[in-house]
Design a protein around this ligand. Structure first.
Ligand code: NAI
Length: 414
């Protein structure tokens, strides 16, 4: 593709992200020297925006030919997609607002390139390879998965004996979960809600459904901004944790009555449904930060209520005598609102460093891995933490030999 205004804007966004991704950039330097993916095709289905583009460039620098599409019909930034398409050895098929048919056609185009390694956010590539596109399983070494929902799906497939390739659970490693899910989702979800609505959080009653990694981040950061936060849960341990962290805990049916802003972060379906909408206050605002658009029953709103108005990123429905505002059609609010930019750059520096190193690990060791879900090797996790600390000039203590022996021994007591 020729360079034009769109590609220029995409290039500027990518250059901005690159400046704040020191960990990925240092891995890129190593990849430029060693070419761990030389001659391989990497197929990706990720949110196509600037930080992802820096990962794509890093994989290309490792010697791979990269074919990428989106993992959500509303999260693609078309200027970034256009900029990627000007790069040699990179093909991007994503477009914002793709229909379901177009979305899967783009997934198929990635699979047509016969990737040896896949990188998914939500498992759509791998699911397709195990169903409609089994031809694409030929020659695959393995995959990497970015998000909790993708890991749930992969583990279910593995439990059913249906997963035929090794997949690295990038989501589950500490350097991903404790930063991306907590801080990334926490900050970007609230930012997206505030920039889309221009509303104040201070003093507002905010309900967070799910107190997992993402929910904790959203709840804690909303409280830091002065919101009065309630948590709903189904897991008694997480509910107790939320309670002891100082949040109100109650069932959604009760929270629905009090809340003004609702944010779902469960990775589950039917969390806010027809049972809850009629209980809500006039002007209640609903947003989903979980992977798929099934947490809020959007279909019920669309078919049983009247759509009053559409603004950029906000659909307003009349339920009885009240208005309810739904953000981003119930899709990932931090990416699918018109100005949603996803996680902060520094957080994705860590997640994508893990992706880059995991892909390189698969290229070297994938053949020896059995089909199933595998942890990120702990040396990769630790290395990413070390690189990040070094990039910030932070130093930490080191274990002495005596301490190491003490921690690994059992003889010493009181
Ligand atoms: P998690 O498993 O740590 O937390 C989910 C929590 O929701 C659990 O504590 C679970 O008990 C609770 N839950 C399940 N069903 C519920 C229900 N009906 N009502 C109330 N609580 C319920 O998962 P994590 O890592 O927090 O991820 C959550 C979702 O967010 C996933 O879909 C994941 O893919 C997505 N995600 C989104 C990101 C974004 O950029 N918006 C970034 C990272 C993850």
């Amino acid at each position: 593709m020729k360079e034009n205004e769109l590609t220029g804007s995409g290039d500027r966004k990518i250059a901005w992200a690159r400046q704040y991704m020191p960990v990925l950039m240092s891995i890129r330097k190593e990849f430029e020297r060693e070419h761990p993916l030389l001659g391989m095709v990497v197929g990706m289905a990720l949110h196509v925006e600037a930080k992802t583009a820096v990962l794509v460039e890093t994989l290309r620098a490792a010697g791979a030919e990269v074919h990428i599409t989106g993992c959500n019909p509303l999260s693609t930034q078309d200027d970034v997609a256009a900029a990627l398409n000007t790069r040699e050895g990179i093909a991007c098929y994503a477009k914002r607002g793709a229909s379901v048919q177009e979305y899967y056609a783009a997934i198929d185009r990635v699979l047509d390139a016969k990737p040896a390694i896949t990188i998914d956010d939500g498992m759509d590539l791998i699911q397709r390879m195990h169903t409609a596109r089994r031809d694409a399983l030929d020659g695959v070494i393995g995959g990497c998965e970015e998000t909790t929902t993708g890991i749930h799906r992969l583990r279910s497939m593995a439990a059913d004996g249906r997963l035929e390739i090794p997949v690295i659970a990038v989501n589950d490693t500490p350097m991903k979960r404790y930063f991306d899910n907590v801080h990334g989702t926490g900050e970007s979800t609230l930012t997206a809600i505030m920039t889309t609505t221009n509303l104040l959080l201070a003093g507002r009653r905010l309900v967070v459904a799910g107190y997992g990694f993402c929910g904790r981040g959203v709840a804690r950061k909303a409280r830091a901004l002065g919101a009065r936060v309630t948590v709903t849960e189904v897991d008694p341990r997480r509910a107790l944790e939320a309670h002891m962290d100082g949040f109100e805990v109650m069932p959604m049916e009760e929270a629905a009555v009090h809340g003004e802003i609702f944010i779902t972060t469960t990775g589950n379906r039917d969390v806010i449904t027809a049972r809850h909408f009629p209980l809500m206050k006039d002007g209640a605002l609903l947003a989903n930060a979980g992977h798929f658009n099934v947490e809020i029953d959007v279909k019920w709103l669309q078919t049983h209520t009247k759509l009053i108005e559409e603004r950029d990123g906000i659909s307003t429905f009349r339920v009885g005598d009240r208005l309810i505002h739904l953000l981003a059609e119930g899709r990932l609010v931090n990416l699918a609102t018109p100005k949603g930019m996803g996680h902060p750059i520094e957080v994705m520096d860590l997640s994508f460093a893990l992706q880059g190193l995991s892909a390189s690990y698969l290229a070297r060791h994938g053949g020896a891995l059995s089909p199933g879900v595998h942890d990120v090797p702990s040396e990769i996790d630790e290395r990413v933490a070390q690189l990040k600390l070094a990039s910030m000039g932070l130093e930490i203590d080191r274990l002495t030999e005596a301490q190491r022996a003490y921690l690994s021994g059992w003889e010493t007591g009181t």
